[in-house]
Design a protein around this ligand. Structure first.
Ligand code: NI
Length: 183
């Protein structure tokens, strides 16, 4: 059993209070990231492909679309984390997860296929984050492409993934509960 470390301070600092940047410490961020694929799997267990691909209402995203969006977002922001770790204070251009999604086939894949890929990617991300010393979470990059260049920390991206997913996860759970026949 690994040595128990003292809980870390809120990773986003005292000002991190928004949904995008919630007040979480490193362990809580990692735990949310770890749980996300499990929550999606639990919420959609036994649901037909037809239901997963159907939009709940006109102009709303299907479950396939939402999961494709989460996978694309994790590609982009997880990629930023890798770039921050690969070089000292690198400069890179921000990529919109929506733009990136257009370049993938994710929305055309089966839900289960995307969930598997997203789950594998998440296992790797969690393993990477768990392996980092605390100070690595403060490593930064200069990010360009949306106005003035901004300095972003690794923590900002990890919180970004975890924070962004929470509202989508709640939505998925709500939609699936509504569709499940009462027992
Ligand atoms: Ni979103």
């Amino acid at each position: 059993m690994p040595l128990k470390r003292a809980p870390s301070a809120p990773a986003g600092g005292a000002r991190s209070r928004s949904a995008r940047d919630p007040h979480l410490n490193r362990e809580e961020i990692i735990e949310r990231l770890r749980q996300a694929p499990r929550r999606i799997a639990a919420a959609t267990r036994g649901v037909s492909n037809r239901t997963l691909r159907a939009a709940p209402a006109p102009n709303e995203w299907s479950l396939v679309d939402i999961l494709a969006h989460l996978r694309a977002s994790a590609d982009v922001w997880g990629g930023a984390i890798e770039q921050i770790l690969a070089a000292k204070r690198p400069t890179f251009r921000a990529v919109s997860p929506f733009t990136w999604l257009q370049h993938t086939n994710y929305r055309g894949l089966q839900f289960a296929q995307t969930l598997l890929a997203y789950g594998r990617q998440r296992t790797a991300l969690v393993k990477l984050l768990e392996s980092l010393p605390a100070h690595a979470w403060d490593r930064t990059a200069i990010v360009t492409g949306f106005g003035a260049p901004a300095e972003r920390t690794l923590t900002w991206y990890a919180l970004g993934i975890a924070g962004h997913e929470q509202s989508h996860l709640k939505h998925i759970e709500r939609v699936m509960r509504a569709r499940r026949p009462a027992r």
